[in-house]
Design a protein around this ligand. Structure first.
Ligand code: NAP
Length: 485
């Protein structure tokens, strides 16, 4: 069994209140193979009323789910981790088909994404409040932790599994119910995940999945409903701002994992072998379609030429192709719009004076492929340095001093991931303290870890996913005052 076979025809539908069903209108959304633009299959296209029915199911399940023993919630997550791990090859193949990434990378995402279930299966039994004596004596202060309540999760197409599990895992552990709206371009992986959670015994109504082309209407309707208590969103800053604005009436709790513009700093004392290796990971993971993707390479003038040349050699040696084929390193971008956006940013940079070391164009033919590209002499103000590229393009600019590097790195509205390569410990501390980013990778091109608090600041949003912090997003605190005399 591989790829599409993982999902029965019944499961390419809405999952509401424990039932798989078609949209009442019969409408469908086509799922496109980004490697050739053909239609892979289709999924149900829910109406806003059906989205509200999903919230009805979540709201109806909330009280019983909140009362479920923490161990039971944890063990459901643990069984889901085991089943996802057992089916990793098939889930990865399915993900590769709809999203385009090479199967090996998709397997990496299954391993990473499923770890959120294992981590939160272990955290479910560690939710606790506190008991303390009031400073003036006389009374006792207790805190009780409670699930926030029904949640809405909206996820993007770039990590179709992991962006879901890092919300669903802590929500299940905390005792919250949920409606999940996956990206319309990659709904299949989320539907496969829902089927796994159903199979391991997640009670009816705890998780509901709604695919729709009326996304704006769905979020507006659900956020207007006072039963919805929390929204967790991963996606663009523009949509994040809309959801924050829509939360005002019902004062929903929010987690916003938004865009990034990660700087990758290489100092004169860096281990260049490690820096090139790290750059390949930070740039090429997910074909550059990651919010943590290195977007701006800031390299000390004394090592910039060598770094650019070596990165160019490595990038130029990658094999482009269909993600399911052997030996492929780089898959297609998600769609034509993405391809046009990358093409335009590179062209603008070249018009601004940048020089192409490798790549610099789309290879043509079917699918949405763009060649891995390295650009040098990129003017700092070029659009490619200020916008999220979301593609396999590494623009390199140079700096002279540490102060200049920090100032330029922070000169962005975003604040998600950043990377630094240096062997100087004191400098590492200065950088970690002065870079305005939620994450700083030191001599590593990979910051994501299910046990760490992932998240950003400024226009990259707020809230943390993963780690001990991740479950806090799904818990409320009630303080109880107890006179003791
Ligand atoms: P997007 O357009 O914001 O879409 C993300 C999700 O939002 C999709 O499910 C989309 O549904 C939905 N959506 C669109 N309009 C909406 C609306 N008005 N109300 C409610 N939901 C709406 O983002 P994208 O281009 O797919 O994803 C890439 C972005 O995600 C990048 O900026 C990237 O940096 C960011 N990202 C951030 C993180 C992080 O953790 N910080 C992780 C991964 C990605 P449809 O598919 O139906 O349009």
């Amino acid at each position: 069994m591989t790829g599409l076979d993982l999902l029965g025809a019944q499961q390419r539908n809405l999952f509401i209140g424990g039932t798989w069903r078609e949209a009442a209108s019969g409408a469908r959304i086509e799922v496109i193979d980004p490697a050739d633009g053909s239609v892979l299959t289709d999924v149900a296209d829910a109406s806003t009323e059906e989205a509200v029915e999903a919230l009805d199911a979540a709201a109806a399940a909330q009280a019983d789910w909140a009362r479920t023993a923490p161990r039971e919630r944890g063990e459901i997550l643990r069984r889901a981790f085991d089943l996802l791990t057992e089916r990793a090859d098939d889930v990865a193949h399915l993900m590769s088909l709809e999203m385009g990434k090479p199967v090996a990378e998709a397997k990496g995402e299954v391993a990473y994404g499923s770890e959120f279930f294992r981590w939160y299966s272990e955290e479910a039994v560690r939710i606790h409040g506190r008991w303390m004596q009031a400073p003036a004596g006389g009374s006792r202060l207790l805190t009780v932790r409670k699930p926030v309540g029904p949640c809405l999760f909206i996820t993007p197409w770039n990590f179709p599994l992991a962006m879901g599990t890092r919300k669903i895992g802590p929500a299940i552990a905390a005792g919250c119910t949920m409606v999940v709206k996956p990206a319309s371009q990659t709904p299949l992986t989320m539907l496969a995940l829902a089927a796994i959670l159903e199979e391991v015994g997640l009670p009816v109504g705890v998780l509901n999945v709604v695919t729709t082309s009326s996304t704006g209407e769905l979020s507006t309707a659900l956020q207007a409903d006072d039963r919805l208590r929390k929204v967790s969103f991963t996606g663009s800053t523009a949509v994040g701002r809309t959801l924050v604005a829509q939360s005002a009436d019902q004062l929903q709790r929010l987690s916003m994992e938004l865009g990034g513009n990660a700087p990758f700093l290489v100092f004169e004392d860096a281990d260049l072998d490690a820096a090139v290796e790290g750059a390949m990971v930070a740039k090429m993971r997910n074909m550059g379609e990651a919010c943590t993707s290195a977007n701006r390479f800031l390299v000390h003038r004394s090592v910039a030429a060598e770094f650019g040349e070596r990165l160019g050699e490595r990038m130029g040696g990658l094999t482009l192709g269909r993600g399911q084929d052997d030996g492929v390193d780089v898959g297609p971008l998600i769609d034509e719009k993405a391809l046009d956006g990358v093409t335009r940013l590179v062209q603008d940079a070249v018009d601004d004076g940048a020089r192409v070391v490798t790549g610099g164009s789309a290879p043509g033919g079917p699918g949405f492929f763009y060649s891995p590209t390295v650009l040098v002499d990129v003017p700092p103000g070029s659009a490619i340095n200020t916008q999220e590229i979301f593609g396999p393009v590494a623009p390199i600019t140079t700096f002279e001093t540490e102060a200049e590097a920090i100032e330029r790195a922070n000169a962005t509205e975003y604040g998600l991931a950043s990377y630094v390569y240096t062997r100087d410990l004191a400098r590492t501390i200065r950088l970690a303290e002065s870079l305005d980013f939620g994450m700083v990778g030191v001599n590593t091109g990979l910051v994501s870890n299910p046990a760490a608090p992932f998240g950003g600041m400024k226009a990259s949003g707020f809230g943390r996913e993963g780690g001990f912090e991740g479950i806090e997003e799904y818990l409320e605190t009630t303080y109880v005052a107890l006179p003791a005399d």
